[in-house]
Write a protein that binds this ligand. Structure first.
Ligand SMILES: Nc1ncnc2c1ncn2[C@@H]1O[C@H](COP(=O)(O)OP(=O)(O)OP(=O)(O)O)[C@@H](O)[C@H]1O
Ligand SMILES: [Mg+2]
Length: 499
């Protein structure tokens, strides 16, 4: 039978008097994948950080192989064989890939860093992850979010741990990379590693986990054997009530074109992209990581230089050279990487939300009251869970940070909203709210572009789907054609149609 490696017993945790975990107990067994699910802010990351020594519990005990431990820092946990893949990537942008992988555990040879071996070993680990094309000598900041996530995974597995914690490891990955990760998880399981797996993707939890613990508002509300529980039951346990259909009825787009893009080129990323977006339409962009979707969106938002191409808004040709141009024209972009482009982490919620639309609140002085009341509207609308609106966003849970960036994008009152992975790290209940919001938004005669690696989201939400592959739009899918199989066939290039 399986053997318990880790036991956390009656863990309580409060942050400056606000309790977020209540008597939480959880077991980890060798060769088992233990899922942990719950709504945004339920306390999943906090619990995992306590086990890995990044945070200390207010009370409670942790045992490893029957022996009580008291981790004061992550290094102590690491020494006992615990590694953690963080939800909010814990990498140093200014260092190289291999330096990140070996940070804090550098190979040394007679007091000198053994760079050669570290680079070699990095290559091997990345290869194991199917990421041969990541150069260990590349600067971290040049990698896409998905690749950064793969480096974060490489960093954790390089430690050969007995207990491996994965906090939403796939939220930035596409299906292909997820598959590779799952293969790896299965191998680690065979080797007797105990894995904790935090995710909002219930389908994945069903697929990869053996048991799953559900947290709600900091308390364990159930532990299930995965083979005996359905996705719907898990979702209901998380939310504490029955959930209905996730997706709103698809809107009816008008015939009026709101945005037209002709032959847009971004060197190395986008080749001759042309498409139209109608008023009232939700247009999806599907494709593999690196297909050029984000770069196309960034060019439309003035965040990336395009070498040629024309953009028309309501029939008029417009120039978008920088973000200010896009904002003035009413094009708003929710970036893929919320930490790098979306948020100022040490600023509070209110200031983050109004950051790029401050002029609305300023006559001679900034109207603080108005700002705060607007921020509370968003808090209500997207159920932002926080201590209060003046909390630094650094201390919000991952999903709640995402809700703040979304609010910030809406504050500019756009007519075209471009959402890049809008529900990354968002729990099922808030996802529902965001989908409802998008449907309502386009009903007002505006339009929305959704880039997502969650195919179900694209399928459930969009009127029309464009598939991109290697920088080109290779298919346009409408109506019944919008299904998983078709999208994958075009995204991988098995099927091709000149658009
Ligand atoms: N350092 C901190 N200081 C103050 N509050 C914190 C801190 N870290 C987390 N919290 C709060 O603790 C609660 C639980 O957060 P946690 O990050 O564990 O949630 P989560 O379940 O991982 O959510 P998500 O699905 O959004 O990642 C949240 O209300 C969060 O704001
Ligand atoms: Mg979390």
């Amino acid at each position: 039978m399986n053997k318990t490696i880790l036991r956390a017993e009656k863990i309580n945790k409060d942050f400056s008097g606000v309790q977020v975990l209540f008597d939480v107990s959880i077991n980890g067994e060798a060769g088992q994948v233990h899922g942990l699910i719950g709504e945004n802010g339920a306390g999943k990351s906090t619990l995992m950080k306590i086990i890995a020594g990044f945070l200390q519990p207010s009370s409670g005990k942790i045992f490893i192989e029957g022996q009580q431990v008291n981790f004061k820092n992550p290094l102590m946990a690491k020494k006992r064989g615990i590694a953690m893949i963080h939800q909010e990537l814990n990498l140093v942008e200014d260092l190289k890939v291999y330096e990140n992988i070996f940070l804090g555990k550098e190979f040394k040879h007679r007091f000198l860093l053994d760079k050669k071996s570290m680079i070699q070993r990095s290559k091997e680990i990345l290869k194991e992850l199917g990421e041969e094309e990541i150069d260990p000598l590349e600067d971290m900041r040049n990698l896409s979010v998905a690749k950064k996530q793969m480096v974060e995974i490489a960093r954790a597995i390089s430690e050969n741990s007995k207990i491996l914690i994965m906090d939403e490891p796939t939220s930035a990955l596409t299906e292909y990379e997820t598959e590779i990760l799952f293969k790896l998880i299965k191998e680690l399981k065979q080797k007797g590693v105990c894995i904790f797996y935090v995710s909002h993707r219930l389908k994945e939890v069903k697929e990869i986990c053996d048991v799953v613990t559900v947290l709600r508002d900091g308390r364990v509300v159930g532990e299930y054997d995965v083979s005996n529980v359905s996705e719907v039951e898990l979702a209901n346990a998380m939310v504490g009530r029955e959930l209905g259909n996730m997706y709103p009825e698809k809107p009816e787009p008008s015939d009026e074109v709101i945005l037209e893009v002709k032959n847009l080129n971004v060197p190395n990323f986008v080749e001759n992209a042309s498409f139209q977006l109608k008023k009232g339409e939700i247009l999806g962009f599907a494709g593999l990581v690196g297909a050029g979707r984000t770069e196309l969106a960034e060019a439309l938002a003035g965040l990336r230089h395009k070498t040629s191409g024309e953009v028309f808004l309501n029939g008029k040709k417009v120039q978008i050279e920088d973000y200010e141009d896009a904002k003035r024209l009413g094009i708003s972009y929710l970036p893929e990487d919320r930490k790098l482009h979306g948020l100022v982490l040490d600023m509070n919620i209110v200031n983050n939300i109004t950051l790029i639309s401050l002029e609305k609140y300023t006559r001679f002085l900034i109207d603080r009251k108005k700002e705060i009341s607007k921020a509370s509207e968003y808090k209500e609308k997207f159920d932002i869970r926080c201590r209060d609106l003046f909390q630094e966003v650094r201390y919000l849970s991952g999903g709640n940070q995402q809700k703040v960036v979304l609010s910030k994008c809406l504050e500019v009152e756009p007519q075209v909203l471009i959402l890049d992975e809008p529900t990354r790290g968002i729990d099922i209940n808030t996802k529902y709210q965001i989908y409802q919001f998008i449907a309502g938004f386009v009903k007002e005669g505006k339009a929305c572009i959704v880039i997502s690696s969650e195919l179900q989201e694209i399928i459930g939400l969009c009127n029309r789907v464009l598939v991109m592959r290697e920088g080109r739009i290779t298919a346009e899918l409408i109506g019944k054609e919008i299904n998983e199989e078709e999208i994958i066939l075009y995204a991988t290039g098995i099927k091709e149609r000149v658009h």
